[in-house]
Design a protein around this ligand. Structure first.
Ligand SMILES: Nc1ncnc2c1ncn2[C@@H]1O[C@H](COP(=O)(O)OP(=O)(O)OP(=O)(O)O)[C@@H](O)[C@H]1O
Length: 475
């Protein structure tokens, strides 16, 4: 038992039959993992219980002494229109059912209904209620522009507006048990975000991380689901899988875009059925962990080429965040540079070096294919080579020179698309415009600008001089 309450709001069962309340509570807990339950066998006390606890869903009987289910339904709808009420009654009368729906009931079930249908209907109501609460929270955070739990994000430094919106969104879905998909280029901080999601959730279990890139299917099953003793030769002991170790907590599957198709089927089944079988065991175990997955891959493209299942994607993307690349949040570069230099100096037992002014200009013009992780590594490398005085830019310059420009061609290609009816500039004009743009981005620093243009600094200087000469009117 994890000790976590699910869902985050209370579910109130109202029925005058105590034995029914007991068996219904047990069913909800075992078949749907719903354990945030309150029961009431005297309908006159129901409103007090609703006022006292944070109730989001009421499961209500119709035929009860003192106060009938229909009267109570009207009262709940009038006072708490946000609460979903599902009627669970012994009465199989169309007219009563119609009347309850007219009064505002969310759904109507007969006690003898098929168990699965009843559970699915209750899960649907919980999901809608969770969505309503998330939207409400999102709106509140958006307008107040504050975070309720900034401490969950202390390891993720940023002053970027889009990153802060990601934080707000994650706060608003923190208590939901639905899965979260984190996308973003490599090194943008997806794992750090998964940790924040777990911390915000308040779940008592642990965060268990598994990198599924390059994992073959049988290893995937064994890692996630574990095995029974004797399941295969060499399985001398039963071993619990990561899903079980994450019970009551969060299971983080990193590099989900690289998961094999066979393993995708297994993951999909786990999500659909909410249970799984350890290898060699015929006893089902329940999934009691929130799933957070991450990938740097483009899942739309992977779905289009058939290497990622659409049905799995739809299961995973209920909550989705995209972390912006570091080059798209240039204001974070000085912040992170200072932070990593300080951290490196502390870890290497040195004093923090002074940063040359041109370094920031250089970095703010660099594409950072490895994002924050790359900046972190560069800082550690630079500090470890530092011998006092002003920090040398050599390490950073080398990185800028060695960047695989092919990997950045997507970004630059867009620049070279000229509409058919667009008058082409001359070669000379294009070169001048490019030089101007580079000088602007480099804050007038010729050494940085020449790097951006891929020419030597004397060559740039010569160009600038010759233009000056050409601009000067002849006597
Ligand atoms: N905004 C940030 N502030 C401070 N440190 C950060 C920030 N973003 C990332 N980091 C650090 O950068 C490193 C890389 O981050 P992380 O592993 O979370 O990236 P990732 O997106 O999961 O990468 P990959 O796709 O390669 O798995 C980590 O050491 C992390 O702590």
């Amino acid at each position: 038992m994890s000790g976590n309450l699910s869902p985050s709001f209370g579910v109130l069962l109202i029925d005058d039959e105590v034995s029914f309340l007991r068996s219904f509570s047990l069913l909800l807990e075992t078949a749907a993992g719903i354990n945030h339950l309150y029961t009431c066998d005297d309908s006159r006390q129901a409103m007090d219980l609703i006022d006292k606890h944070c109730i989001g869903l009421v499961l209500l009987d119709i035929n009860m002494p003192h106060l009938s289910g229909e009267s109570l339904l009207s009262e709940i709808v009038a006072k708490h229109p946000e609460i979903h009420v599902i009627i669970v009654s012994g009465l199989n009368q169309l007219e009563t059912a119609m009347n309850c729906i007219r009064l505002g009931a969310f759904d109507y079930f007969i006690k003898s209904s098929e168990e699965n249908r009843l559970i699915d209907g209750i899960k649907r109501a919980i999901e809608m209620q969770e969505m309503r609460l998330e939207n409400q929270e999102m709106r509140r955070l958006f307008f107040s522009d504050t975070l309720k739990h900034p401490e969950a994000f202390t390891n993720i430094l940023t002053q970027d507006k889009n990153m802060k919106l990601v934080f707000q969104y994650l706060e608003s879905v923190a208590e939901s048990s639905r899965h979260v998909l984190i996308t973003g280029e490599s090194g943008t901080g997806k794992e750090a975000i998964a940790q924040a999601i777990h911390d915000l959730s308040g779940r008592k279990g642990s965060l268990v991380s598994v990198n599924v890139a390059g994992v073959d299917d049988s290893f995937f099953s064994d890692t996630l689901f574990g095995h029974a003793r004797g399941a295969f030769s060499g399985a001398d002991q039963a071993r619990s899988g990561m899903v079980e170790q994450a019970n009551g907590g969060t299971l983080f599957l990193d590099e989900i875009g690289d998961l094999s198709l066979a393993s995708q089927v297994k993951l999909l089944r786990l999500l659909q059925e909410g249970e799984y079988y350890p290898l060699g065991s015929d006893t089902a175990k329940r999934l009691d962990a929130r799933l957070v997955v991450a990938t740097h891959q483009n899942l739309d493209a992977k779905q289009a080429d058939g290497s990622f299942r659409k049905d799995l994607y739809y299961r995973l993307c209920t909550h989705q965040v995209e972390l912006p690349a570091l080059r798209k949040r240039p204001a974070d570069i000085p912040l992170l540079l200072e932070y990593f230099l300080e951290k490196a100096a502390e870890e290497l037992g040195r004093s923090k070096p002074t940063v040359p002014k041109e370094l920031l200009v250089l970095l703010q013009n660099y594409a950072f294919p490895g994002n924050v992780r790359e900046l972190q590594a560069l800082c550690f490398d630079a500090v470890s080579r530092h011998r006092g005085g002003i920090l040398s830019m050599a390490v950073f310059k080398r990185a800028c020179e060695n960047t695989d420009t092919a990997s950045l061609s997507d970004m630059t290609d867009a620049f070279y698309q000229y509409p058919d009816d667009f008058p082409l500039p001359t070669l000379q004009k294009s070169a001048d415009l490019l030089v101007d743009e580079a000088m602007k981005r480099a804050n007038g620093n010729q050494s940085v600008a020449s790097r951006l243009l891929g020419i030597s600094q004397p060559a740039l200087s010569k160009r600038l001089k010759s233009r000056k000469g050409a601009d000067t009117p002849s006597e």
